[in-house]
Unconditional design. Sequence first.
Length: 80
Amino acid sequence: MQLGTRWTAGAQPPAAVPRTLWDTIAQVETLSLNAGDPPPRWTLTWLEGRPIAELDTGVIVTTDASGAAVVQHDPEDDFA
């Protein structure tokens, strides 16, 4: 069993976050952080042994079948 964790965007990811996601997470943060706004938080969970890092904004960083990091967006987090 693998437990998830939370951390604030802009901070170094915790050791539980696979290094394969770190560069992609940093790229997402570069595009997602707005000066003056409180930084969103990441949530790391695991599904079938694969890491899923989701930013409060709905951006998801996970791995594909080959282990490469990929970025997705949760359409349920879109604001109408």
